[in-house]
Structure formats: structure tokens, C-alpha cells
Design a protein around this ligand. Structure first.
Ligand code: FES
Length: 111
């Protein structure tokens, strides 16, 4: 399989409930993986864009986290309601600005 144009790395790390760092899985990230894969397939973009389950992205405090590369942005507090917007944006080479919490490693206001 060729290298893809873009990647969505969806953190599915799970820590015990009550852990001080929290974790994306306990914030609902696990269903995002299949939902994004499905949305990208429906858009005909799965051959160009890959949605992958990831380990901890060190963004634990912001809820379910996704890093979009090579755009080098991080989305925080992502929910299933955001999936179609993320898939459409990445398929068009765009970013969902309202979800961005880090850009090029620097914090940015998210939702
Ligand atoms: S647990 Fe998801 S970023 Fe750390």
C-alpha cells in the first residue's frame, strides 16, 4: 500500500477511570477510529487518507485527541458528532479550525 497523503492518528490509549492524567479511550475515542475509517471510505478518500488507532499522543488533558499529519495539528475533545466534518476537511486537504488545540507544537484555542 502506498504512503498516504494524510494521516489521522486517533489516540485510543486507556488508563483506569480516575487516573489523574485521564485518557482518550475513557473520553470516548475508540469508536472514532472505525467512524473515521467509514466516513473516509464513503467519501472515496480511504486510498489517500488513513485513519489509524494510536497510542498516547501526550495530549491526555484535552479529551479524545487526534493528530492530523502532515498538517501537524492536534484536535481535542473530539466526539462522534465531529467525525463527518473531520473526514470532509481532511479529504479536501483542510483543517477543522474549531477543533484545533495545538498547531506546530504550540497551543491554540480549541472548542
Ligand atoms: S491518552 Fe490520549 S493523548 Fe494521552
Amino acid at each position: 500500500m502506498p504512503h498516504r497523503d494524510r494521516y489521522l492518528f486517533i489516540c485510543t490509549n486507556r488508563r483506569p477511570i480516575g487516573h489523574p492524567k485521564g485518557s482518550c479511550a475513557t473520553s470516548g475515542s475508540e469508536p472514532l477510529v472505525e467512524a473515521l475509517k467509514s466516513a473516509l471510505a464513503q467519501l472515496g478518500a480511504a486510498n489517500r487518507i488513513r485513519a489509524c488507532a494510536s497510542g498516547c499522543l501526550d495530549l491526555c488533558e484535552i479529551g479524545a485527541s487526534i493528530v492530523q499529519e502532515p498538517d501537524h495539528v492536534a484536535y481535542g475533545a473530539v466526539t462522534l458528532d465531529d467525525v463527518d466534518e473531520i473526514a470532509s476537511a481532511v479529504a479536501e486537504g483542510r483543517i477543522v479550525e474549531r477543533l484545533v488545540v495545538y498547531r506546530d507544537g504550540a497551543p491554540k484555542g480549541g472548542k
